[in-house]
Design a protein around this ligand. Structure first.
Ligand code: SF4
Length: 429
């Protein structure tokens, strides 16, 4: 027997103000009863055999009739009964849980999942949760009186907490008293939320998978607790209203918070693609995304046949894996080298050298070889050399030493160096 997941995008969370939640701010279309029936029918048609538990996920509350009407809910229950489903899990805020609604699920094992997040009224207020522990306790009693069960979500690493370990222990102990099961969730920042802004301003940081497990790992083997380190595919997506013009030269364009949070993400969350065992550092380009520039078109033309090569650009925006070149801010900044002063060049080398060093410390173990294709006079090459020397790592520049000039990497001779270099290196791994 197995579980099936129904993702329901219907209406909008009636609250929509929790500090960390991007889903609650999404306005989904509320389907008509007909539309809802169609969706439910399609869902059941797509189910394989042996499913006995349907888990419904959506943003907001399944039990809020503005999101899922009474008639739609009744149709869903009927359908579950007819299809031989034993158990359903739906999500709801405590305020929408009522005895009448729970009774409608008779014949099915009902589990209601509630995002309690933390066992502290003070923090619940600070994160704008819109309810208190007493509301949660009332909902828990009601569910248990009607023989339904309660699944409680707790967020690990909320802001405003002085001691994460103590707070987690208190919340788990509290939730355990009222819940049949608990999920400990690693809090990650959604773009359209105040929490994302807190990350930008440096007052809050997400936990890496490793840090999450260090903190919550002791609950891993508990029979009523589950750990969820990665609730969604986390990539920093900047909402339009936060985006800035990042064209310029100077400290602001080197250590801007939008670049810094991305470097944080690349170091502590990102993982280089499997199979890409050769790291090749490349320059950035004036044209964005980089792959549209003449220099990169030449490079990509040669690398096309070498799938094991991971292209990573060096720029004032940071260390940028090719996969992210189309994301803001990497697709919309510019650094005009002709405006560089000696001082800012030195700063660029210092900051970039440190970023490369950290990247290699975080991900160096993933690669078998570290290479570059950079002008010998470029600040990026100097920064890379400094970082590798500091780490005692070897990094071979595939460009021949005698090549010089402003657009040196576009020349046929340079591209021939690259072709020969990668052919030779790829054969070794
Ligand atoms: S966490 Fe839940 S209640 Fe809060 S805004 Fe998001 S969907 Fe709504």
């Amino acid at each position: 027997m197995s579980d099936a997941f129904l993702v329901l995008k219907s209406g909008r969370c009636a609250w929509g103000k929790c500090l960390f939640c991007g889903y609650g701010r999404i306005q989904g279309e509320t389907p008509s009863l007909e539309g809802f029936r169609e969706k439910i029918d399609d869902f059941f048609k797509s189910l394989g055999s042996g499913v006995d538990h349907v888990k419904v996920y959506g943003s907001g509350s399944f039990l809020d009739e503005e999101q899922v009407s009474k008639a739609s809910r009744e149709y869903f229950i009927e359908k579950c009964l007819a299809e031989g489903i034993d158990k359903i899990t739906v999500e709801s805020r405590p305020g929408f849980i009522s005895r009448e609604k729970i009774k409608e699920f008779q014949g099915l094992g009902l589990e209601v999942a509630v995002g309690l997040e933390i066992a502290s009224d003070e923090i619940l207020d600070k994160i704008s949760k819109g309810f208190h522990l007493s509301d949660f306790e009332k909902a828990a009693s009601l569910l248990h009186e009607e023989e339904a069960s309660l699944r409680t979500y707790l967020l690990v690493n909320l802001p405003f907490i002085k001691n994460l370990e103590e707070s987690l222990e208190e919340s788990v102990n509290y939730a355990m008293r009222y819940s049949d099961s608990i999920v400990l969730i690693n809090l990650l920042p959604h773009g359209h939320t105040p929490l994302f802004r807190m990350w930008l301003s440096g007052v809050w940081r997400f936990l890496s998978r490793e840090d999450f497990h260090k903190l919550a790992g002791r609950y891993e083997s508990h029979p009523r607790i589950e750990l969820d380190a990665e609730t969604f595919r986390f990539v920093p997506i900047f909402p339009k209203e936060l985006r800035e013009n990042l064209s310029g030269v100077g400290e602001r364009y080197l250590t801007h918070p939008h670049f810094e949070v991305w470097q944080d993400y690349i170091l502590r969350w990102y993982r280089p693609p499997l199979g890409k065992k050769i790291l090749l550092f490349l320059p950035c380009s004036h044209r964005k995304p980089y792959s549209r520039s003449r220099t990169h078109r030449g490079i990509i033309g040669i690398l096309r046949d070498y799938r094991e090569i991971h292209e990573v650009m060096l720029s004032n925006a940071g260390v940028v894996p090719r996969e992210f070149e189309n994301y803001y801010p990497f697709n919309s900044y510019d650094w005009d080298e002709s405006r560089e002063t000696g001082e800012i060049k030195a700063r660029y080398t210092e900051v970039t050298g440190e970023r490369i060093k950290r990247y290699l410390q975080a991900h160096g173990g993933h690669y078998r070889r570290v290479l570059c294709f950079l002008g010998y006079e470029s600040e990026s090459f100097k920064a890379l050399r400094k970082a590798c020397n500091g780490l005692g790592m070897e990094c071979r520049n595939l460009l021949s030493k005698e090549r010089e000039g402003k657009r040196v990497l576009q020349s046929e001779e340079a591209l021939e160096d690259l072709r020969r270099g990668v052919e030779n290196e790829a054969g070794k791994v």
